[in-house]
Design a protein around this ligand. Sequence first.
Ligand SMILES: [Cu+2]
Length: 160
Amino acid sequence: MLTIQTRRCLGLALMFGAFTLPAWAQTVKVDGPWVQATVAGQKATAAFMKLTADAPVRLTGGKTPVAPVVEIHEMVMDGDVMKMRAIEGGLPLEAGKTVELKPGGYHVMLIDLPKAVEVGQNVPLTLTFTDAQGKTFEVAVEAPVRPLKRGHEKKSGHGM
Ligand SMILES: [Cu+2]
């Protein structure tokens, strides 16, 4: 009898816990966002950051006033050549597991830049996420522009 009651209490506590967490509580923490500075004539650049979601979601897109086109890219080996491509269906994030977007890896590609992105600028960036139910939500950040360290330039594929 005691066992049953204990179980029921635990069950209720768990249910209560679940109900106190509203369905719209999904968030993604964005740490240390930055955008790589461009050189003259460069029409695309990338944004990097660390993402930690509190539920399984996918990074599916974004918006920024500095570029008309935003894509989520990954780097893949094509024979001996490292190439980048859009991730089909977006970048999956597991709950509580930090995913780092960094030069040479995942990145948010900013395409068709009408003008240079320079050090000292802060780039407003709105990231779009899609949850397990297919609902989308946005997280807005400001990403400072930083130069890419030399030596990383060749590996990243964004040196042009
Ligand atoms: Cu890219």
